[in-house]
Design a protein around this ligand. Structure first.
Ligand SMILES: NC(=O)c1ccc[n+]([C@@H]2O[C@H](COP(=O)([O-])OP(=O)(O)OC[C@H]3O[C@@H](n4cnc5c(N)ncnc54)[C@H](OP(=O)(O)O)[C@@H]3O)[C@@H](O)[C@H]2O)c1
Length: 320
């Protein structure tokens, strides 16, 4: 396992990390037993993963982690979690949240996770339209909580579906770089827009970057990937003869790159601004393969160039 610095936090994180959200939510959506969930988490740690991402909104993921991590030395893993349960809805922000909620949310997460500190507390799905209001309201509370020792570092995740150009990250890091030590953003080979401004800015400000959705839905489903590329060809987004109609990304699979998913993990991690890449799998074999892909986080130069030529300037795939 390779390890990188989480920006300027002083925390060293594994390049592959584990996400308890997404479609799988730590096996909660596929009827995994508690023993299987514990095995997944402990298996991830045994394979060298030291960062686990969660949220108050991922079903019972925090409680499951609290249970699965019992007896494991607290300083051997890094917990990142989020509040509130859902992305902040732009029009619901004012009525939905009060500053005191954040203090309660941290206490609730600590209880569920059975720990006395959270390494990285993130606002969940922040949108630029209410960024200023959020900072006004919560920055003082954040400082208080930090002083209490309950949270070590603060960050936020973006609302990928609503923010294809990473406006929240770009605005936040330009406006208040000292406030945000960590950001979580979408960066994948079908959606390369973070490489333009958000990632260089994070590198400049020393902000840790956790990548979500390196694979997500299209790359993990052959039929959806085929349809996506067919649509792009139909709409003139990419030339009709640029990639095969069937298995459009299989040209990435060669010379030690054993699957399109492995290529996707390498793409995400190859940007040096990235601290860690989450894997939201519920399958230990997939996790093993994703970790192994990140042992050498680079794609052959010609493939990287072809990917950027092909998709570097297209509309980002927002939702999936
Ligand atoms: N706004 C936010 O705050 C936000 C939004 C989204 C995600 N996140 C965080 O980011 C984490 C990762 O996001 P995600 O789970 O949506 O996306 P992801 O990790 O990119 O993709 C997970 C999907 O890919 C499949 N997969 C993984 N490895 C595979 C492999 N080697 N071969 C084939 N399929 C593979 C998984 O299925 P299998 O189970 O079959 O492997 C699952 O369906 C989440 O768990 C969460 O912690 C945060």
């Amino acid at each position: 396992m390779l390890y990188r610095q989480l920006g300027n936090t002083g925390v060293r994180v594994s390049l592959a990390s584990y996400g308890t959200g997404g479609a799988r939510q730590l096996g909660q959506n596929s009827g995994m037993s508690s023993e299987e969930q514990d095995r997944l988490i402990r298996g991830a740690l045994d394979m060298g993963i030291n960062l686990i991402d969660s949220s108050a909104g991922y079903g019972n993921a925090e409680e499951i982690l609290g249970r699965a991590l019992i007896g494991i030395p607290r300083d051997s893993y890094v917990i990142a979690t989020k509040w509130p349960q859902e992305n902040f809805a732009p029009d619901g922000f004012e009525i939905a949240q009060e500053p005191g909620d954040l203090t309660e949310a941290v206490d609730g997460a600590l209880q569920r996770l059975k720990t006395d500190y959270i390494d990285v507390m993130q606002f969940h799905g922040l949108h630029v339209s209410y960024y200023a209001e959020l900072v006004d309201r919560y920055a003082p509370v954040m400082s208080e909580i930090t002083r209490s020792g309950k949270v070590r570092h603060w960050g936020f995740s973006e609302w990928a579906r609503q923010d294809p150009w990473h406006d929240a990250v770009v605005h936040a890091l330009k406006t208040d770089p000292e406030l945000w030590e960590v950001v979580m953003l979408k960066h994948n080979m079908l959606s390369q827009s973070a490489a333009k401004e958000a990632l260089p800015l994070a590198a400049e400000t020393g902000t840790g970057v956790i990548v979500m959705a390196a694979v997500r839905t299209y790359i993990s489903h052959e039929d959806r990937l085929r349809e996506l590329f067919a649509g792009w060809k139909r709409d003139g987004v990419i030339p009709a003869d640029s990639v095969p109609d069937d298995r459009p990304l299989d040209w990435l699979v060669h010379d030690g790159v054993d699957s399109v998913a492995s290529a996707a993990y390498k793409y995400a991690a190859s940007n040096p601004a990235v601290s860690t890449v989450l894997s939201g799998t519920s399958n230990l074999k997939h996790l093993e393969s994703n970790i192994s892909a990140l042992e050498d986080p680079s794609l052959p130069e010609a493939d990287m160039r072809r990917l950027v030529d092909l998709l570097g300037d297209t509309e980002a795939v927002v939702a999936e």
